[in-house]
Design a protein around this ligand. Structure first.
Ligand SMILES: Cc1ncc(COP(=O)(O)O)c(C=O)c1O
Length: 410
């Protein structure tokens, strides 16, 4: 037990964690139903799998309206276009997130302005938002990172006072709740992804949620080539595109909804239990949950590796040793503002619309830098679908590596 697996010892775990996705004959049947209906794409039928899924998912997230689209990236673009984002507008985003949070802004001609995350929650830090607001700022996109809701109370207060729209990037936050209400339509709009890794998935897919009828209508138009609900097929009133979800995607997603609440409950229970076990070890602190977080989506279980508690061993030494113990894990993101794709997009916009002000290329984001380069360690959502014993194995492996970290050095 004492020799680390990376040095030839016996690993804590040899069996696999639960795999993803989970499917059976119900999903097969859902696909066959779509096949045999002969209707594989857009239809006005309110009982089509697509319209049913929109209603069911919106209901599960406590939203009035759901607009399905073909992925989460297009959900963000649809939401940005629905609020009327214009060329050269600025949108405040965190740098600790998937590319799409910022690239969606660039794709509609807006400049992503990076504001640091909170060092405990890894979510957008409300205390840093106002310094980034300029006369060009139009919106804020808080990301519920890993599925842990961002501080919506403080972000919405700032946004209302400064007349800004708020779009929740809830692409990782299926089932997550803030003050007892599921995320997605707490702000003006919220965006979800149903891509392969996500807690509800059809390989690809996305949805925009809102409680606002006017915004829902605009999302419908934007995602459907700029048509209007009562208009003719070749009548295009606003700029939009074909961002429509297929009935195939909706068929699978509708069928997958049968597991939604049970999976969300199990991830939450295991996530809380794992947090307790890890807190006992010390130096490997779970992402902080604010008291208003009444349910965590746990798309990712994120921990903060404190190098000082591990005899100053770099995070990569720890990760390699933990993996060898049979625990899949990842260091996660790099800061978005350092990505060539984003730098190039911002540089191009600067050339054409002369953006200035807060859209600096190297923003001051020390917490995101630490999360990306030194601290962040991820476990994946399907691991949390396992048993209590699986969580104990993760904690035991962390404990073992911590107490033998000197052996782990190359
Ligand atoms: C935070 C975040 N935003 C946006 C997206 C984009 O979603 P998709 O991959 O479905 O386009 C993802 C998913 O990868 C995500 O994790």
């Amino acid at each position: 037990m004492s020799t680390l697996a990376i040095k030839g010892g016996v690993p804590v775990r040899t069996q696999a964690f639960p795999t993803w996705p989970v499917w059976d004959e119900t999903d097969e049947q859902a696909l066959l139903t779509v096949l045999r209906s002969g209707v594989w794409g857009i239809t006005d039928n309110p009982n089509s799998p697509l319209r049913q899924f929109e209603r069911e998912f919106a209901g599960a997230q406590h939203a009035r309206f759901g607009q399905a689209v073909f992925n989460g990236t297009m959900a963000l673009q649809t939401a940005l276009m629905a609020i009327g984002i214009d060329y050269g507008d600025e949108v405040i985003v965190p740098p600790y997130t998937f590319l799409a949070t910022a690239s969606a802004c660039l794709m509609v001609g807006a400049v992503p302005v990076f504001v640091d995350v909170d060092p405990g929650t890894y979510n957008l830090d409300p205390a840093r938002i106002e310094e980034a607001i300029t006369e060009r700022t139009r919106a804020i996109i808080p990301v519920h990172i890993g599925g842990c809701p961002a501080d919506l109370d403080r972000i919405l207060e700032i946004a209302r006072r400064r007349n800004l729209a708020v779009i929740e990037d809830a692409c990782q936050a299926h089932g997550a709740a803030w003050n007892g209400r599921r995320v997605g339509a707490i702000a003006d709009l919220g965006c979800f992804s149903f891509q392969s890794s996500k807690n509800l998935n059809a390989g690809e897919g996305g949805m925009v949620l809102t409680d606002n009828q006017e915004l829902a209508d605009r999302c419908w138009s934007v995602h459907n080539c700029g048509r209007v609900r009562e208009g003719a097929w070749y009548q295009h009133e606003v700029l939009g595109g074909n961002f429509r979800m297929t009935q195939w995607q909706a068929g699978i997603l509708g069928a997958q909804m049968r597991n939604f609440e049970e999976h969300a409950r199990r991830r939450e229970e295991n996530g809380l239990y794992l947090s307790e076990r890890l807190a006992e070890i010390g130096g490997f602190e779970p992402q902080q949950r604010l008291p208003q977080v009444t349910q965590h989506g746990y798309h990712l279980f994120i921990s903060r590796y404190q190098r000082a508690a591990f005899h100053d061993a770099p995070r990569e030494v720890f990760l390699a040793a933990l993996q060898a113990e049979g625990i899949p894990c990842s260091p996660g993101y790099k800061p978005l503002y350092a990505m060539n794709a984003i730098k190039d997009g911002i540089a191009r916009l600067r050339r054409y619309v002369g953006t200035q002000g807060a859209a600096v290329s190297t923003p001051d984001c020390p917490a995101a830098e630490r999360a990306c380069h030194e601290e962040g360690v991820w476990f994946f959502q399907s691991m949390l679908l396992g048993t209590k014993k699986d969580m104990e194995d993760i904690a035991e492996a962390v404990w073992k590596v911590k107490h033998h970290i000197d052996e782990a050095r190359p």
